[in-house]
Design a binder for this molecule. Structure first.
Ligand SMILES: [Zn+2]
Length: 381
């Protein structure tokens, strides 16, 4: 490991850049980048590509037809590679930043997507800038993948992420930290399903027995699905949307359920998936079709991820920054890379709170600190 003096020098240099970092965060936050709006997100990727070029990185815009363009930046030399993942998209529609532009209050930076996760992009830019200024060369080349579609499940970027991850010694994910600044060593896997239940319509008064109620069948299936929840195992099944029926005097012909599944381990996924996909009707006259599956595999709390966390913690200790470990039920692109067996550490983005809500904020003093830990990791991996 580098001397703790060098770690402190990195932190010091970044602390001197805090104001500049906040300025960059303001600039990035005030450009709308909704996942589903190609024109806006392409504007953002062009701007970010320019910022990466300024660091001396070799930059490629990866053009996409349907989704926003991704940006790949490669910096430094080395036979082996470390991958950094930063998504550029936010959950906020175009026009949101005009309504709620970035603002600073009591040491906190507020604005759409500032915490999730434009703050992480700023950290990455400045970690690289600082290493470059201090003349420090990591052993590995650094590849930063800025994708445009994480918030909608990474449909177009997943293959790119997996391809880069397979070439990498480690993957660092700059998603926001967990509560209080914890790093994330695990994330649950996420499944999404649609259940279509087909019965037979009939007059509820004159012809009740000719009807096959999709609503009654849905009630059985909802209770069964929720019954698959196992909190000790970390498995949850939630029917979040129920649509059924047309009139109270009609036996309902159709019902549709939308189901969310969360699992902590692949073993739990293997147990529950066939049960959901193989739903059997309680009334044998009913037809049930289930579509969907696991959208993100679980990022398990394994030895490889823990080792990366321990390294980050040791670097933090050298800098006087206390780093704890945690996990979450929400998925990220780290799920894909960890499931491939590549050591993955997530939650390296800023400290803050309230992602996906108008109250979301970044604790501004955490920007240089977390960027310093990231720079330390890039030197030590
Ligand atoms: Zn995010």
């Amino acid at each position: 490991m580098m001397s703790s003096d060098l770690h402190k020098e990195i932190l010091e240099s970044l602390r001197n850049k805090q104001e500049e970092m906040v300025g960059t965060l303001e600039e990035l936050t005030n450009i709308d980048s909704p996942s589903t709006d190609k024109a806006h997100i392409d504007r953002f990727s062009n701007m970010l590509a320019e910022k990466w070029k300024e660091t001396g990185a070799s930059v490629h815009i990866l053009e996409q037809k349907e989704y926003g363009n991704h940006v790949r930046a490669e910096w430094g030399k080395g036979e082996s590679q470390v991958l950094i993942l930063c998504h550029m998209d936010t959950v906020w529609a175009a026009g949101e930043t005009a309504k709620r532009p970035f603002r600073v209050e009591n040491g906190k930076g507020y604005g759409p997507g500032a915490y999730d996760m434009k703050g992480g992009i700023v950290e990455t830019l400045y970690a690289v800038k600082t290493l470059s200024e201090l003349g420090l060369a990591p052993k590995n080349r650094i590849v930063v993948l800025n994708n445009s579609d994480e918030e909608i499940g990474s449909p177009s970027s997943r293959p790119l992420i997996e391809e880069e991850a397979k070439k990498s010694k480690a993957v660092l994910v700059l998603e926001p930290s967990a509560q209080g600044g914890s790093l994330k060593t695990w994330r649950k896997g996420v499944g999404m399903f649609e259940v279509a239940i087909q019965g037979r319509a009939a007059h509820a008064g004159a012809d009740y027995t000719r009807g096959i109620s999709a609503v009654q069948e849905a009630a059985h299936q909802i209770l069964y699905l929720h019954g698959l929840t196992d909190l000790d195992e970390g498995t949850t099944v939630n029917v979040g949307i129920v649509q059924a029926g047309t009139r109270s005097n009609v036996v309902a012909e159709e019902a549709h359920l939308r189901v969310d599944l969360r699992v902590k381990t692949q073993e739990a996924a293997d147990w529950v998936l066939p049960k959901i996909l193989g739903l059997k009707p309680v009334d044998p006259r009913v037809n049930i079709t289930v579509t969907g599956g696991l959208n993100r595999p679980p990022m398990e709390r394994n030895q490889k991820n823990l080792a990366l966390f321990q390294l980050a913690r040791a670097i933090g200790q050298n800098m006087g920054i206390d780093l704890s470990e945690s996990g979450t039920g929400g998925g990220s692109d780290g799920n894909f890379t960890s499931a491939l067996g590549i050591p993955t550490l997530d939650g390296l983005g800023p400290v803050g709170d309230d992602a996906h809500s108008p109250g979301e904020y970044v604790l501004l003093s955490s920007l240089p600190e977390r960027a310093a830990v990231l720079a330390g990791l890039l030197m030590e991996i």
